[in-house]
Design a protein around this ligand. Structure first.
Ligand SMILES: NC(=O)C1=CN([C@@H]2O[C@H](COP(=O)(O)OP(=O)(O)OC[C@H]3O[C@@H](n4cnc5c(N)ncnc54)[C@H](OP(=O)(O)O)[C@@H]3O)[C@@H](O)[C@H]2O)C=CC1
Ligand SMILES: O=C(O)CCC(=O)C(=O)O
Length: 477
Protein backbone atom coordinates (compact mmCIF):
# COMPACT_ATOMS: atom_id res chain seq x y z
CA UNK A 1 0.00 0.00 0.00
CA UNK A 2 1.11 3.57 -0.65
CA UNK A 3 0.23 6.42 1.69
CA UNK A 4 0.32 9.96 0.29
CA UNK A 5 -0.71 13.47 1.29
CA UNK A 6 -3.96 14.93 -0.03
CA UNK A 7 -3.56 18.59 -0.99
CA UNK A 8 -6.26 20.67 -2.69
CA UNK A 9 -8.13 17.53 -3.78
CA UNK A 10 -5.05 15.84 -5.33
CA UNK A 11 -2.75 13.10 -4.08
CA UNK A 12 0.68 14.65 -3.70
CA UNK A 13 3.46 12.98 -5.74
CA UNK A 14 7.06 12.59 -4.66
CA UNK A 15 8.72 12.79 -1.27
CA UNK A 16 10.99 10.52 0.72
CA UNK A 17 9.63 6.98 1.03
CA UNK A 18 9.44 5.40 4.49
CA UNK A 19 8.30 1.85 5.14
CA UNK A 20 5.59 1.69 7.78
CA UNK A 21 6.47 -1.06 10.27
CA UNK A 22 4.13 -3.61 11.87
CA UNK A 23 5.14 -3.70 15.57
CA UNK A 24 3.78 -7.28 15.89
CA UNK A 25 5.89 -8.55 13.01
CA UNK A 26 8.85 -6.58 11.73
CA UNK A 27 8.90 -8.79 8.60
CA UNK A 28 5.41 -7.63 7.58
CA UNK A 29 5.68 -4.05 6.24
CA UNK A 30 2.31 -2.31 6.29
CA UNK A 31 2.96 0.12 3.45
CA UNK A 32 5.11 2.96 2.19
CA UNK A 33 4.48 6.54 3.25
CA UNK A 34 5.79 9.47 1.20
CA UNK A 35 6.97 12.37 3.33
CA UNK A 36 5.75 15.77 2.16
CA UNK A 37 8.09 18.78 2.36
CA UNK A 38 7.58 22.34 3.64
CA UNK A 39 6.42 23.54 0.21
CA UNK A 40 3.66 20.91 0.20
CA UNK A 41 2.55 21.94 3.70
CA UNK A 42 2.32 25.58 2.53
CA UNK A 43 0.31 24.37 -0.49
CA UNK A 44 -2.09 22.56 1.87
CA UNK A 45 -2.60 25.76 3.90
CA UNK A 46 -3.18 27.71 0.64
CA UNK A 47 -5.73 25.14 -0.55
CA UNK A 48 -7.57 25.21 2.78
CA UNK A 49 -7.56 29.02 2.83
CA UNK A 50 -9.02 29.13 -0.69
CA UNK A 51 -11.76 26.60 0.15
CA UNK A 52 -12.69 27.91 3.61
CA UNK A 53 -15.00 30.85 2.72
CA UNK A 54 -17.40 28.80 0.55
CA UNK A 55 -17.46 25.88 2.98
CA UNK A 56 -18.08 28.33 5.82
CA UNK A 57 -21.21 29.48 3.99
CA UNK A 58 -22.39 25.97 3.04
CA UNK A 59 -25.69 24.89 4.53
CA UNK A 60 -26.21 22.36 7.30
CA UNK A 61 -27.74 19.83 4.86
CA UNK A 62 -24.56 19.73 2.76
CA UNK A 63 -22.38 19.30 5.84
CA UNK A 64 -24.72 16.65 7.26
CA UNK A 65 -24.67 14.67 4.01
CA UNK A 66 -20.87 14.63 3.76
CA UNK A 67 -20.25 13.69 7.40
CA UNK A 68 -23.03 11.10 7.44
CA UNK A 69 -21.64 9.47 4.27
CA UNK A 70 -18.14 9.38 5.77
CA UNK A 71 -19.47 7.82 8.97
CA UNK A 72 -21.43 5.18 7.03
CA UNK A 73 -18.40 4.15 4.97
CA UNK A 74 -16.13 3.91 8.02
CA UNK A 75 -18.72 1.76 9.82
CA UNK A 76 -19.26 -0.48 6.80
CA UNK A 77 -15.49 -1.06 6.48
CA UNK A 78 -14.70 -1.34 10.19
CA UNK A 79 -13.17 -4.86 9.98
CA UNK A 80 -10.85 -3.99 7.07
CA UNK A 81 -9.82 -0.60 8.52
CA UNK A 82 -9.44 -2.22 11.95
CA UNK A 83 -6.97 -4.70 10.47
CA UNK A 84 -4.91 -1.90 8.94
CA UNK A 85 -4.94 -0.02 12.25
CA UNK A 86 -3.97 -3.12 14.28
CA UNK A 87 -1.12 -3.80 11.87
CA UNK A 88 0.34 -0.32 12.02
CA UNK A 89 -0.27 0.61 15.67
CA UNK A 90 -0.33 -2.78 17.39
CA UNK A 91 -3.55 -2.68 19.41
CA UNK A 92 -5.43 -5.98 19.29
CA UNK A 93 -7.85 -6.55 16.42
CA UNK A 94 -11.01 -6.26 18.59
CA UNK A 95 -9.67 -3.00 20.08
CA UNK A 96 -8.79 -1.71 16.61
CA UNK A 97 -12.20 -2.58 15.16
CA UNK A 98 -13.78 -0.89 18.19
CA UNK A 99 -11.73 2.24 17.53
CA UNK A 100 -12.77 2.36 13.88
CA UNK A 101 -16.40 1.96 14.97
CA UNK A 102 -15.95 4.86 17.35
CA UNK A 103 -14.57 7.00 14.49
CA UNK A 104 -17.62 6.16 12.35
CA UNK A 105 -20.00 7.09 15.18
CA UNK A 106 -18.14 10.37 15.73
CA UNK A 107 -18.79 11.40 12.10
CA UNK A 108 -22.47 10.43 12.50
CA UNK A 109 -22.71 12.43 15.72
CA UNK A 110 -21.18 15.56 14.18
CA UNK A 111 -23.37 15.18 11.08
CA UNK A 112 -26.25 15.72 13.53
CA UNK A 113 -24.44 18.60 15.24
CA UNK A 114 -24.23 20.40 11.87
CA UNK A 115 -28.05 20.40 11.84
CA UNK A 116 -28.40 21.37 15.50
CA UNK A 117 -26.33 24.58 15.38
CA UNK A 118 -28.48 27.36 16.73
CA UNK A 119 -28.07 30.75 18.28
CA UNK A 120 -29.93 33.10 20.56
CA UNK A 121 -32.29 35.97 19.88
CA UNK A 122 -32.60 38.41 22.78
CA UNK A 123 -34.16 41.79 23.44
CA UNK A 124 -31.58 44.53 23.91
CA UNK A 125 -31.56 46.55 27.12
CA UNK A 126 -32.16 49.46 24.74
CA UNK A 127 -35.78 49.82 23.52
CA UNK A 128 -36.29 49.04 19.82
CA UNK A 129 -33.03 47.12 19.48
CA UNK A 130 -32.70 43.36 18.89
CA UNK A 131 -29.69 41.17 19.64
CA UNK A 132 -28.64 37.94 17.92
CA UNK A 133 -25.87 35.68 19.16
CA UNK A 134 -24.54 33.10 16.73
CA UNK A 135 -21.51 30.94 16.12
CA UNK A 136 -19.39 31.30 12.97
CA UNK A 137 -16.56 29.10 11.61
CA UNK A 138 -12.95 30.05 12.35
CA UNK A 139 -11.67 29.52 8.78
CA UNK A 140 -8.66 27.17 8.52
CA UNK A 141 -7.78 24.88 11.42
CA UNK A 142 -4.58 22.86 11.82
CA UNK A 143 -5.01 19.46 13.49
CA UNK A 144 -2.02 17.52 14.87
CA UNK A 145 -2.68 13.98 16.08
CA UNK A 146 -0.73 11.23 17.89
CA UNK A 147 -0.09 7.58 17.05
CA UNK A 148 -2.03 5.85 19.83
CA UNK A 149 -5.53 6.39 18.36
CA UNK A 150 -4.71 6.58 14.63
CA UNK A 151 -8.31 7.03 13.42
CA UNK A 152 -10.46 8.01 16.43
CA UNK A 153 -8.44 11.11 17.38
CA UNK A 154 -8.25 12.42 13.77
CA UNK A 155 -12.01 11.75 13.58
CA UNK A 156 -12.83 13.66 16.75
CA UNK A 157 -10.94 16.69 15.49
CA UNK A 158 -11.82 16.57 11.76
CA UNK A 159 -15.56 15.87 12.16
CA UNK A 160 -16.40 18.88 14.38
CA UNK A 161 -14.06 21.12 12.37
CA UNK A 162 -15.99 20.31 9.17
CA UNK A 163 -19.42 20.22 10.83
CA UNK A 164 -18.99 23.80 12.03
CA UNK A 165 -17.80 25.02 8.61
CA UNK A 166 -13.99 25.07 8.81
CA UNK A 167 -11.37 23.91 6.31
CA UNK A 168 -8.77 21.49 7.65
CA UNK A 169 -5.07 20.67 7.43
CA UNK A 170 -4.56 17.34 9.25
CA UNK A 171 -1.06 16.22 10.28
CA UNK A 172 -1.11 12.68 11.72
CA UNK A 173 1.78 11.06 13.61
CA UNK A 174 4.56 9.69 11.42
CA UNK A 175 4.20 6.19 12.91
CA UNK A 176 0.61 5.73 11.66
CA UNK A 177 0.19 7.16 8.15
CA UNK A 178 -2.04 4.33 6.92
CA UNK A 179 -5.15 5.01 9.02
CA UNK A 180 -4.97 8.76 8.31
CA UNK A 181 -4.54 8.08 4.58
CA UNK A 182 -7.58 5.72 4.65
CA UNK A 183 -9.64 8.43 6.35
CA UNK A 184 -8.45 11.01 3.79
CA UNK A 185 -9.41 8.67 0.96
CA UNK A 186 -12.95 8.35 2.36
CA UNK A 187 -13.26 12.13 2.82
CA UNK A 188 -11.90 12.68 -0.70
CA UNK A 189 -14.75 10.60 -2.19
CA UNK A 190 -17.44 11.99 0.12
CA UNK A 191 -18.55 14.98 -1.94
CA UNK A 192 -16.51 17.46 0.09
CA UNK A 193 -15.35 20.37 -2.11
CA UNK A 194 -11.64 20.23 -3.04
CA UNK A 195 -9.30 21.82 -0.52
CA UNK A 196 -11.75 21.70 2.42
CA UNK A 197 -9.87 18.72 3.83
CA UNK A 198 -6.10 18.34 3.38
CA UNK A 199 -3.78 15.66 4.74
CA UNK A 200 -0.06 16.30 5.16
CA UNK A 201 2.23 13.34 5.83
CA UNK A 202 5.19 15.42 6.94
CA UNK A 203 7.40 15.76 9.99
CA UNK A 204 5.94 17.44 13.07
CA UNK A 205 8.98 19.70 13.29
CA UNK A 206 8.21 20.94 9.73
CA UNK A 207 4.41 21.20 9.98
CA UNK A 208 4.19 22.71 13.48
CA UNK A 209 6.06 25.97 12.75
CA UNK A 210 4.18 26.46 9.44
CA UNK A 211 0.77 26.05 11.08
CA UNK A 212 1.84 28.42 13.85
CA UNK A 213 3.30 31.07 11.54
CA UNK A 214 0.79 31.16 8.70
CA UNK A 215 -1.83 33.80 9.58
CA UNK A 216 -4.46 31.95 7.49
CA UNK A 217 -4.47 29.18 10.14
CA UNK A 218 -6.88 30.48 12.75
CA UNK A 219 -6.52 27.70 15.31
CA UNK A 220 -4.54 24.56 16.16
CA UNK A 221 -5.78 21.46 17.97
CA UNK A 222 -3.02 19.14 19.22
CA UNK A 223 -2.91 15.79 21.02
CA UNK A 224 0.48 14.41 22.01
CA UNK A 225 3.36 14.95 24.38
CA UNK A 226 3.56 17.67 27.00
CA UNK A 227 6.83 19.04 25.60
CA UNK A 228 5.45 19.72 22.11
CA UNK A 229 2.16 20.98 23.60
CA UNK A 230 3.87 23.52 25.83
CA UNK A 231 6.00 24.77 22.92
CA UNK A 232 2.89 25.23 20.78
CA UNK A 233 1.25 27.12 23.67
CA UNK A 234 4.17 29.54 23.86
CA UNK A 235 4.30 30.06 20.07
CA UNK A 236 0.53 30.40 19.61
CA UNK A 237 0.29 32.66 22.66
CA UNK A 238 2.72 35.12 21.09
CA UNK A 239 0.56 35.22 17.96
CA UNK A 240 -2.77 35.18 19.84
CA UNK A 241 -3.70 32.01 17.92
CA UNK A 242 -6.49 29.86 19.31
CA UNK A 243 -5.14 26.57 20.70
CA UNK A 244 -6.49 23.34 22.14
CA UNK A 245 -4.10 20.85 23.78
CA UNK A 246 -4.64 17.29 25.00
CA UNK A 247 -1.48 15.95 26.59
CA UNK A 248 -0.57 13.37 29.15
CA UNK A 249 -2.15 11.75 32.15
CA UNK A 250 -1.08 9.91 35.29
CA UNK A 251 -4.54 8.69 36.15
CA UNK A 252 -5.35 7.26 39.60
CA UNK A 253 -7.71 4.36 40.24
CA UNK A 254 -8.69 4.26 43.93
CA UNK A 255 -9.88 0.89 45.27
CA UNK A 256 -11.69 1.04 48.62
CA UNK A 257 -12.16 -1.68 51.27
CA UNK A 258 -15.82 -2.14 50.28
CA UNK A 259 -15.12 -2.60 46.52
CA UNK A 260 -16.28 -5.69 44.65
CA UNK A 261 -12.90 -7.43 44.36
CA UNK A 262 -13.38 -8.99 40.91
CA UNK A 263 -14.79 -5.77 39.48
CA UNK A 264 -11.90 -3.74 40.92
CA UNK A 265 -9.27 -6.10 39.51
CA UNK A 266 -10.99 -6.01 36.14
CA UNK A 267 -11.07 -2.18 36.13
CA UNK A 268 -7.37 -2.04 37.06
CA UNK A 269 -6.30 -4.58 34.43
CA UNK A 270 -8.34 -3.02 31.63
CA UNK A 271 -7.52 0.56 32.57
CA UNK A 272 -3.81 0.02 33.12
CA UNK A 273 -2.83 -2.52 30.48
CA UNK A 274 -5.33 -2.76 27.62
CA UNK A 275 -4.21 -1.02 24.44
CA UNK A 276 -0.75 -1.85 25.88
CA UNK A 277 -1.22 1.03 28.35
CA UNK A 278 -0.68 3.49 25.50
CA UNK A 279 -3.60 5.74 26.41
CA UNK A 280 -3.52 9.15 28.01
CA UNK A 281 -6.44 7.88 30.14
CA UNK A 282 -4.64 4.72 31.33
CA UNK A 283 -5.00 3.84 35.05
CA UNK A 284 -1.27 4.08 35.64
CA UNK A 285 -1.56 4.72 39.43
CA UNK A 286 -3.53 2.15 41.39
CA UNK A 287 -4.19 3.14 45.00
CA UNK A 288 -5.77 0.71 47.45
CA UNK A 289 -6.98 1.10 51.06
CA UNK A 290 -5.41 -1.07 53.74
CA UNK A 291 -8.39 -3.34 54.54
CA UNK A 292 -8.52 -4.91 51.07
CA UNK A 293 -4.90 -4.27 50.04
CA UNK A 294 -3.50 -7.77 50.56
CA UNK A 295 -6.34 -9.59 48.75
CA UNK A 296 -6.45 -7.01 45.97
CA UNK A 297 -2.67 -7.02 45.41
CA UNK A 298 -2.60 -10.83 45.19
CA UNK A 299 -5.54 -10.96 42.76
CA UNK A 300 -4.13 -8.11 40.65
CA UNK A 301 -0.71 -9.74 40.43
CA UNK A 302 -2.24 -13.07 39.39
CA UNK A 303 -4.38 -11.39 36.72
CA UNK A 304 -1.42 -9.33 35.43
CA UNK A 305 0.78 -12.41 35.11
CA UNK A 306 -1.95 -14.22 33.18
CA UNK A 307 -2.31 -11.55 30.49
CA UNK A 308 -1.61 -12.93 27.03
CA UNK A 309 0.88 -10.72 25.17
CA UNK A 310 1.23 -11.33 21.45
CA UNK A 311 0.56 -10.51 17.81
CA UNK A 312 -2.22 -7.94 17.49
CA UNK A 313 -4.06 -10.00 14.87
CA UNK A 314 -3.87 -13.34 16.71
CA UNK A 315 -7.08 -14.56 18.36
CA UNK A 316 -6.64 -14.68 22.13
CA UNK A 317 -4.09 -11.86 22.36
CA UNK A 318 -5.05 -9.47 25.15
CA UNK A 319 -2.05 -7.14 25.02
CA UNK A 320 -0.48 -6.20 21.69
CA UNK A 321 3.09 -4.98 21.20
CA UNK A 322 4.49 -1.60 22.18
CA UNK A 323 4.19 0.72 19.15
CA UNK A 324 7.88 0.67 18.16
CA UNK A 325 11.43 0.04 19.32
CA UNK A 326 11.98 3.62 20.47
CA UNK A 327 8.88 3.53 22.69
CA UNK A 328 9.82 0.07 24.01
CA UNK A 329 13.24 1.33 25.07
CA UNK A 330 11.65 4.40 26.62
CA UNK A 331 9.30 2.18 28.71
CA UNK A 332 12.21 -0.03 29.81
CA UNK A 333 14.24 3.05 30.75
CA UNK A 334 11.36 4.37 32.87
CA UNK A 335 11.06 0.99 34.62
CA UNK A 336 14.75 1.12 35.51
CA UNK A 337 14.55 4.74 36.72
CA UNK A 338 11.48 3.86 38.79
CA UNK A 339 13.40 1.07 40.50
CA UNK A 340 16.38 3.35 41.13
CA UNK A 341 13.96 5.81 42.76
CA UNK A 342 12.67 3.19 45.21
CA UNK A 343 9.81 1.38 43.43
CA UNK A 344 9.75 -2.44 43.71
CA UNK A 345 8.91 -4.56 40.68
CA UNK A 346 6.06 -6.90 41.66
CA UNK A 347 5.87 -8.67 38.30
CA UNK A 348 6.38 -8.28 34.54
CA UNK A 349 8.50 -5.78 32.66
CA UNK A 350 10.45 -8.35 30.64
CA UNK A 351 10.47 -8.69 26.83
CA UNK A 352 8.49 -11.65 25.53
CA UNK A 353 9.54 -13.83 22.58
CA UNK A 354 6.80 -14.84 20.13
CA UNK A 355 6.68 -16.61 16.75
CA UNK A 356 7.08 -13.24 15.01
CA UNK A 357 9.66 -10.62 15.82
CA UNK A 358 7.80 -7.77 17.52
CA UNK A 359 8.02 -5.30 20.41
CA UNK A 360 6.38 -7.50 23.05
CA UNK A 361 6.59 -6.56 26.72
CA UNK A 362 4.93 -8.33 29.68
CA UNK A 363 2.82 -5.78 31.63
CA UNK A 364 4.63 -4.54 34.73
CA UNK A 365 3.31 -3.79 38.19
CA UNK A 366 5.43 -1.63 40.53
CA UNK A 367 4.91 -1.20 44.27
CA UNK A 368 5.49 2.33 45.55
CA UNK A 369 5.76 2.96 49.28
CA UNK A 370 6.80 6.60 49.19
CA UNK A 371 4.65 9.32 47.57
CA UNK A 372 6.18 11.58 44.94
CA UNK A 373 8.63 9.08 43.46
CA UNK A 374 9.31 9.07 39.71
CA UNK A 375 7.10 6.02 39.12
CA UNK A 376 4.14 7.96 40.47
CA UNK A 377 4.84 11.20 38.62
CA UNK A 378 6.13 10.53 35.09
CA UNK A 379 3.80 9.27 32.35
CA UNK A 380 5.31 6.07 30.94
CA UNK A 381 2.81 5.48 28.10
CA UNK A 382 3.22 1.72 28.14
CA UNK A 383 2.00 -1.37 30.04
CA UNK A 384 3.21 -0.20 33.45
CA UNK A 385 1.20 0.63 36.59
CA UNK A 386 2.09 1.45 40.19
CA UNK A 387 0.37 0.09 43.30
CA UNK A 388 0.27 2.11 46.53
CA UNK A 389 -1.45 1.28 49.84
CA UNK A 390 -3.15 4.03 51.88
CA UNK A 391 -4.91 3.88 55.24
CA UNK A 392 -8.35 5.16 54.23
CA UNK A 393 -10.51 6.98 51.64
CA UNK A 394 -9.30 10.47 52.65
CA UNK A 395 -5.64 9.50 52.28
CA UNK A 396 -6.48 7.82 48.95
CA UNK A 397 -8.23 10.91 47.60
CA UNK A 398 -5.32 13.13 48.65
CA UNK A 399 -2.82 10.82 46.92
CA UNK A 400 -5.03 10.54 43.82
CA UNK A 401 -5.05 14.33 43.49
CA UNK A 402 -1.32 14.66 44.18
CA UNK A 403 -0.25 14.83 40.52
CA UNK A 404 0.60 17.47 37.94
CA UNK A 405 -1.93 15.90 35.60
CA UNK A 406 -5.74 15.86 35.79
CA UNK A 407 -7.24 13.92 32.89
CA UNK A 408 -9.16 10.95 34.37
CA UNK A 409 -9.65 9.50 37.85
CA UNK A 410 -11.49 6.36 38.95
CA UNK A 411 -12.86 4.80 42.12
CA UNK A 412 -14.03 1.26 42.88
CA UNK A 413 -16.47 1.20 45.79
CA UNK A 414 -19.95 0.07 46.82
CA UNK A 415 -20.35 3.16 49.00
CA UNK A 416 -22.68 5.75 47.51
CA UNK A 417 -21.27 8.34 49.88
CA UNK A 418 -17.68 7.83 48.75
CA UNK A 419 -18.65 7.58 45.08
CA UNK A 420 -20.49 10.90 45.27
CA UNK A 421 -17.70 12.57 47.23
CA UNK A 422 -15.07 11.33 44.76
CA UNK A 423 -17.06 12.55 41.73
CA UNK A 424 -17.14 15.98 43.34
CA UNK A 425 -13.57 16.18 44.68
CA UNK A 426 -11.34 14.29 42.22
CA UNK A 427 -9.25 16.90 40.41
CA UNK A 428 -9.75 15.48 36.92
CA UNK A 429 -11.76 16.29 33.82
CA UNK A 430 -13.30 12.81 33.71
CA UNK A 431 -14.31 10.63 36.68
CA UNK A 432 -15.26 6.95 36.55
CA UNK A 433 -17.07 4.98 39.26
CA UNK A 434 -16.60 1.19 39.09
CA UNK A 435 -15.22 1.57 35.56
CA UNK A 436 -11.69 1.70 34.11
CA UNK A 437 -10.34 5.24 33.74
CA UNK A 438 -9.79 4.58 30.01
CA UNK A 439 -12.53 4.08 27.44
CA UNK A 440 -14.79 7.07 26.94
CA UNK A 441 -18.03 7.80 25.08
CA UNK A 442 -17.95 9.73 21.81
CA UNK A 443 -20.89 12.10 22.43
CA UNK A 444 -19.79 13.87 25.65
CA UNK A 445 -16.93 16.24 26.49
CA UNK A 446 -13.38 14.86 26.70
CA UNK A 447 -10.48 16.60 28.41
CA UNK A 448 -8.75 17.33 31.67
CA UNK A 449 -7.29 19.84 34.08
CA UNK A 450 -3.84 20.95 35.24
CA UNK A 451 -1.03 19.72 32.95
CA UNK A 452 -3.29 17.40 30.92
CA UNK A 453 -5.27 19.83 28.80
CA UNK A 454 -5.46 23.43 27.69
CA UNK A 455 -8.30 25.28 26.00
CA UNK A 456 -11.89 24.22 25.41
CA UNK A 457 -12.98 20.57 25.69
CA UNK A 458 -13.04 18.17 22.72
CA UNK A 459 -16.01 16.04 21.59
CA UNK A 460 -19.72 16.20 22.23
CA UNK A 461 -21.65 19.43 22.02
CA UNK A 462 -18.73 21.14 23.81
CA UNK A 463 -16.61 20.84 20.64
CA UNK A 464 -18.40 23.90 19.18
CA UNK A 465 -16.58 26.07 21.70
CA UNK A 466 -13.21 25.47 20.02
CA UNK A 467 -14.24 25.19 16.36
CA UNK A 468 -16.39 28.34 16.21
CA UNK A 469 -16.24 31.97 17.20
CA UNK A 470 -19.18 33.85 18.69
CA UNK A 471 -20.69 36.89 16.99
CA UNK A 472 -23.13 39.23 18.73
CA UNK A 473 -25.19 41.32 16.27
CA UNK A 474 -27.33 44.32 17.29
CA UNK A 475 -30.07 45.72 15.07
CA UNK A 476 -32.21 48.80 15.46
CA UNK A 477 -35.79 48.35 14.28
N1 LIG B 1 -2.11 12.48 25.16
C1 LIG B 1 -1.94 11.52 24.31
O1 LIG B 1 -2.89 10.95 23.86
C2 LIG B 1 -0.59 11.16 23.85
C3 LIG B 1 0.53 11.38 24.63
N2 LIG B 1 1.73 11.05 24.17
C4 LIG B 1 2.91 11.24 25.06
O2 LIG B 1 3.98 11.72 24.30
C5 LIG B 1 5.11 10.85 24.39
C6 LIG B 1 5.88 10.89 23.09
O3 LIG B 1 5.08 10.50 21.99
P1 LIG B 1 5.29 11.19 20.59
O4 LIG B 1 4.56 10.49 19.54
O5 LIG B 1 6.76 11.35 20.38
O6 LIG B 1 4.57 12.59 20.86
P2 LIG B 1 4.73 13.91 20.04
O7 LIG B 1 4.15 15.01 20.85
O8 LIG B 1 6.11 14.06 19.55
O9 LIG B 1 3.82 13.63 18.76
C7 LIG B 1 2.45 13.95 18.65
C8 LIG B 1 2.18 14.65 17.33
O10 LIG B 1 2.86 15.90 17.32
C9 LIG B 1 3.69 15.98 16.17
N3 LIG B 1 4.85 16.83 16.44
C10 LIG B 1 6.11 16.48 16.77
N4 LIG B 1 6.90 17.59 16.88
C11 LIG B 1 6.10 18.66 16.62
C12 LIG B 1 6.29 20.07 16.60
N5 LIG B 1 7.47 20.61 16.87
N6 LIG B 1 5.25 20.86 16.30
C13 LIG B 1 4.05 20.34 16.02
N7 LIG B 1 3.78 19.00 16.02
C14 LIG B 1 4.80 18.18 16.34
C15 LIG B 1 4.04 14.54 15.88
O11 LIG B 1 4.52 14.41 14.56
P3 LIG B 1 5.64 13.32 14.18
O12 LIG B 1 5.00 12.00 14.36
O13 LIG B 1 5.93 13.63 12.76
O14 LIG B 1 6.80 13.55 15.09
C16 LIG B 1 2.71 13.89 16.12
O15 LIG B 1 1.86 14.08 15.02
C17 LIG B 1 4.49 9.52 24.74
O16 LIG B 1 5.40 8.67 25.31
C18 LIG B 1 3.39 9.95 25.66
O17 LIG B 1 3.90 10.19 26.94
C19 LIG B 1 1.89 10.49 22.92
C20 LIG B 1 0.82 10.24 22.12
C21 LIG B 1 -0.51 10.54 22.55
O1 LIG C 1 -9.62 6.25 26.78
C1 LIG C 1 -10.09 6.61 25.70
O2 LIG C 1 -11.12 6.10 25.24
C2 LIG C 1 -9.43 7.71 24.92
C3 LIG C 1 -7.99 7.82 25.23
C4 LIG C 1 -7.30 8.85 24.46
O3 LIG C 1 -7.90 9.70 23.87
C5 LIG C 1 -5.84 8.86 24.37
O4 LIG C 1 -5.19 8.02 24.95
O5 LIG C 1 -5.30 9.74 23.66
Amino acid sequence: MQFRSLIGGRWWEGGRATVNENPSDLDDPVGTAYEADAEAVHAAVNAAAAAAPAWGLSGPQQRFDVLDRVGSEILARREELGRLLAREEGKTLPEAIGEVGRAGQIFKFFAGEALRQGGQVLDSVRPGVGVEVRREPLGVVGLITPWNFPIAIPAWKVAPALAFGNAVVLKPAERVPGSAWALADILHRSGLPEGVFNLVLARGSVVGPILVERPEVAAISFTGSEGVGRRLAADCGLRLKKLQLEMGGKNPLLVLDDADLDQAVNCAIQGAFYSTGQRCTASSRIIVTAGIAERFAAALRAATEKLVVGHALEAGTQIGPVVDGVQLESVERELELARQDGARLICGGQRVARATQGHFLQPALLEVTRPGTRADRVEVFGPVATLAVVKDYEAGLALANDTEFGLAAGICTTSLKHAQHFKRHAQAGMVMVNLPTAGVDYHVPFGGRKGSSFGPREQGAAAAEFYTTVKTAYQCA
